[in-house]
Design a protein around this ligand. Structure first.
Ligand SMILES: [Zn+2]
Length: 298
């Protein structure tokens, strides 16, 4: 099936954003719940999982990120390997959209395990990239738009992620179920963050718009990462049958993120006391909701 669709401008589907600081364009997806069908035809419901294979063509000064690790080719390289990738996939016809082949980068992603469509992700743009390759952990990268690079706490983010992966793996008795953790700082973002398999998207306003963050804000920074990492098991590996049980996903991820934060450990230690204050705020919110006449049994 050949299918063409424009980018979205309403922060769901495949959203496009132009940075007013430097006029650079960025793209990111937001597919929960349910918007994947806006980008390509699919049965867009959580109980129907499929393996995803993806090839992204983009300008060569862009990076493309998705759920799995990618290999990158130039179309004009000596071995013609980029062209072979397109031929193998039967998508050479796509080149008709380009005036010149010199500027194209081809990103071929490994096939994912079976995952729900709302957890697919595609992000692309001239991102600045920070990388962490530690033999004890899956690879991590952080993608941030160029104009916010100076605000990014990349060492803290890598450190919190490692401490939290240790905590969850120990608590759940199950290894991290995917091949890498990418963190994509996303402009103009609709939510706080989204747990796409191996490719977490975050509101860059929450994560890296200020040089000096207070302890309460850094605690939220920490807990957001921990919440999204928890979803890799609760939601991504084990998934609800239907959207009406999303609350259970979220409840697990929120309560365990506070548990992970209160346990402390390297990079997390300064936030463990503040975590309980945040948690009590959530509890108050929950009790207030519970009093409402619109509430219902679950
Ligand atoms: Zn969540």
């Amino acid at each position: 099936m050949r299918y063409l669709t424009p980018y979205n401008k309403n922060r769901v589907g495949l959203h496009t954003f132009t940075d007013s600081a430097d006029q650079q364009q960025y793209l990111y997806s937001q597919f929960e719940a349910f918007h994947c069908f806006r980008v390509f035809p699919c049965f867009d419901q959580p109980d129907l999982k499929a393996k995803m294979s993806l090839i992204v063509l983009c300008p060569k000064d862009w990076r493309a990120v998705s759920n799995a690790i990618e290999k990158r080719y130039q179309l004009t390289d000596a071995e013609n390997s980029g062209r072979h990738v397109l031929e193998r996939a039967g998508i050479e016809w796509f080149l008709a959209f380009y005036d010149t082949e010199d500027d194209i980068a081809i990103n071929e992603f490994e096939q994912t395990p079976k995952i729900s469509t709302y957890l697919y992700a595609i992000c692309a743009g001239p991102y600045e990239v920070f990388e962490d390759y530690d033999a004890m952990y899956v690879p991590q990268r952080i993608f941030v738009r160029q104009s916010l690079t100076e605000f990014l706490r990349h060492e803290l983010m890598f450190g919190i992620t490692k401490t939290t992966l240790d905590f969850y793996q120990r608590s759940f008795g199950a290894r991290y179920p995917f091949t890498k953790v990418d963190h994509v700082m996303s402009p103009d973002y609709k939510y706080g963050a989204m747990e796409n398999v191996g490719c977490i998207t975050y509101s860059d306003e929450i994560m890296c718009s200020e040089k000096h963050m207070s302890i309460p804000k850094l605690t939220f920074f920490c807990v957001v990462i921990q919440h999204e990492l928890c979803h890799m098991w609760f939601g991504n590996l084990v998934t609800m049958k239907w959207w009406n049980d999303l609350w259970l996903n979220e409840a697990f991820a929120t309560s365990l993120s506070y548990k992970a934060c209160s346990e402390g450990g390297a990079h997390v230690e300064p936030y463990r006391d503040e975590a309980w204050l945040h948690m009590s705020g959530y509890k108050r919110w929950g009790l207030a909701e519970d009093l409402m006449p619109s509430n219902h049994k679950i």
